[in-house]
Write a protein that binds this ligand. Sequence first.
Ligand code: FMN
Length: 181
Amino acid sequence: MKNILIVYYSRMGHTARMVRTIADELEALGNTVTVMPVSEALREGVDWSKHDFVLCGFPVVYGTYHPNVYEFVRNNCTELDRKPNAMFNVTVVARTPFKATVEGNRYMQKFLERSPWRPRDLKCFAGKIDYPHLNLFDKKCIQLIMKITNGPTDPSMCIDFTDWEDVKQYAKHISELAHQA
Ligand SMILES: Cc1cc2nc3c(=O)[nH]c(=O)nc-3n(C[C@H](O)[C@H](O)[C@H](O)COP(=O)(O)O)c2cc1C
């Protein structure tokens, strides 16, 4: 049994749902999981002595990660490096296979360039476009991006590109990594 910390950011709730799925799977495999939004980790701090493994999950919104993400990795780089760790990102570009690879996902490459912390294990997941729940500005911007990249533009649609079986398999992978440590 390992104590696993998951730190995440979520603007629209999709990454939060992925984190809950991963946490449930990890617990079903006998691990203890603490889930923490990155804002809480920054505000309250993390008791690093309690955790054997750290997983971070960060989505991309308008080409970048939330500033809290970089603040968290900057402030906690040493502690993150001391623990076995992994990181996944969530992007809509990862709906195409090449952009779901670490090399092909420009936002993962961007993170690796900007972050002083180099995660030991990386994964790119495709996220969700929920047009009905976007405000008018976001809706128009996403429609434009989708038009340029041959994606769906129907404003009445909610398109979940996430492979949820893969999310569950990923949780198994994380559990194995934690037990190897
Ligand atoms: C306003 C907005 C901007 C986005 N910008 C990007 C982007 O620049 N590149 C990309 O690949 N995905 C982009 N996405 C897709 C998100 O990464 C995807 O919707 C993800 O599931 C959001 O996770 P969250 O619900 O946890 O915030 C954007 C989504 C929204 C709503």
